[in-house]
Design a protein around this ligand. Structure first.
Ligand SMILES: [Zn+2]
Length: 512
């Protein structure tokens, strides 16, 4: 089987590692790995290629939204319907679907962004099937990271002054639209953004602008629970605003740090440089780990030149405005920042050394006592989020001048969705906890008479989809098959393959 390497007319000389590329694609698209490989993707000689065991297609890199040219078999990205699996009933009717029934919104532009960094992008991307379950490598019952609609879909709710529409609106946005939208609400622009402000939904008019990121929150379930009375404070937002039923589609890979960065800069990973939670940089020959308790405070050091954060855009255009960034690593330019405090403390372990400052999880009135007791991850995230709420309460306390722009990141939602999978008792407990903390904030705004002056956007960084622990064929790694075939590679974050002898030096790959 041809990989397409060097097949285009006038193709440049074959890059180093192209033998590894051909070999790797042949291995990854073999029927033996079809249960765990949703698709492989690579760029060569001006074309973006995708392939799996059922077929292959390609697209000119100059036309990411154009039609795919089928090379053989079936196009693995045949459907790009962004509304696939919306609403909750549709997702439950066909959960974590196989490739032929799945959809891959904005697939061309999202994949090309992941290949867009000169030294950090991988040579070959491998995407796990949605059902893949990998507990021995830190995998969970609920997963994200893939290109498909389910794992990429975050919620998108807008509320308060300046929001022009009400209720549930059919439609979809992108995570790269979040920063330009918040900028517009705050009366500034983000000229370098690849996303666009959601001006059909909202415009300027608020004195205060707040962005909420509930990490890993499933959009369908969030809207369902808000409608059925389980999330009364999301319902309060909806009463004064609107939600897109298709939410906001994450950049690829649909992982945390890549999409926190996209949400706050309005650009994809190929521009902002945070390619994955873990990636390899050929320029330094080093593995870079950005999504870790020890490194969150330093994440912004990895931002590429020319990238502007929402906070920097506000500071540049409204020098008198005050911005705050709570529990969020992508904080460059914010006047107040949790991770700014971590940096100032100068501990070598970053936030990992700040445990003494975290409130206890036991007895937290906003937390599910059951899950705090049953899961140490849940208890830790509860402590982090309690500190987040404490900062928010301090920033907005009576007698203070509240921030003009605030971003507030919530962690327990990701923990709950990983731990139990979406729609589980644990994920729903986490959503209720986040809702309760939101309620405390909304009550504080009401007490100060600021509710009618504050626009609020609620989103996430990615979605959550259920793995299938019952299917033994949906487990394991492609690494052994690649090694057996003699492919020289390193696999970062799982699925970012850097090929050739030169990448094998350096540090050990780590789990996402
Ligand atoms: Zn996340």
């Amino acid at each position: 089987m041809s990989t397409g390497t060097g097949t285009a007319p006038g193709a440049a000389p074959q890059p180093a590692g192209s033998d590894d590329l051909s070999l790797a694609v042949a291995v990854l698209t073999s029927p033996e790995l079809a249960k765990i490989v949703d698709l492989a993707a690579w760029v060569d000689a001006g074309w973006l290629y995708v392939a799996n065991a059922d077929g292959s297609a390609r697209l000119p890199v100059t036309d990411p939204d154009g039609p795919w040219e089928i090379r053989f078999g079936r196009n693995p990205l045949a459907s790009q319907d962004p509304m696939r699996g919306v609403p909750l009933a549709a997702a439950l009717a066909d959960p974590s679907p196989p490739n032929e029934r799945d959809a891959y919104p904005f697939a061309g532009s999202r994949l090309l962004s992941a290949f867009g960094d000169a030294t950090r992008s991988p040579d070959l991307i491998v995407v796990h099937t949605p059902r893949h379950y990998w507990p021995e490598r830190g995998g969970h019952l609920g997963e994200h990271g893939s290109l498909n609609a389910g794992q990429s879909r975050a919620p998108l709710v807008l509320s308060g002054p300046g929001v022009r529409v009400r209720g549930l609106r059919p439609g979809v946005a992108r995570i790269i639209d979040v920063a330009p939208t918040l900028a517009t609400l705050a009366g500034v622009t983000l000229p370098g953004a690849e996303g666009t402000p959601l001006t059909q939904l909202a415009g300027p008019g608020a004195r205060h602008v707040v962005g909420l990121l509930w990490d890993g929150a499933n959009s369908n379930d969030l809207l369902h629970l808000a409608q059925t009375g389980e999330l009364p404070n999301v319902a309060r937002l909806l009463a004064e605003g609107a939600a897109l039923t298709g939410g906001a589609i994450a950049e690829f890979p649909s992982v945390t740090l890549t999409n926190h960065t996209s949400a706050l800069t309005g650009v994809g990973p190929g521009r902002h440089g945070i390619l994955h939670n873990v990636y390899f940089d050929r320029a330094t020959g080093r593995q870079v780990i950005v999504n870790d308790v020890k490194t969150w405070h330093a994440a912004c050091e990895q931002l590429r030149d020319g990238v502007e954060t929402l906070f920097e855009a506000v500071a540049r255009q409204r020098p008198d405005a005050v911005s705050a960034c709570v529990n969020e690593p992508v904080d460059r330019g914010a006047h107040y920042s949790t991770f700014g405090l971590v940096r100032a403390a100068g501990n070598t372990g970053g936030a990992g050394d700040m445990g003494d400052y975290l409130p206890p999880a036991e007895g937290d009135v906003h937390a599910s006592a059951r899950w705090v007791q049953e899961s140490s991850d849940y208890a830790w995230s509860t402590r982090v989020d309690a500190l987040g709420l404490a900062q928010v309460v301090q920033l907005w306390a009576p007698g203070t001048t509240p921030p003009d722009v605030m971003w507030w990141n919530t962690t327990v939602t990701d923990t709950g969705h990983h731990g139990g999978g979406p729609y589980s008792e644990q994920s729903r407990a986490a959503l209720r906890d986040a809702d309760a903390r939101l309620g405390s904030f909304l009550d504080l705004l009401a007490e100060r008479g600021l509710l009618a002056e504050t626009a609020i956007l609620l989103t996430a960084d990615h979605g959550s989809e259920a793995a299938d622990p019952a299917d033994p064929a949906c487990r394991g790694d492609w690494g052994d098959a690649l090694r057996a075939a003699g492919v020289r590679f390193r696999d970062e974050g799982y699925g970012f393959l850097y090929l050739g002898e030169s990448v094998l030096a350096g540090l050990t790959p780590e789990a996402k």
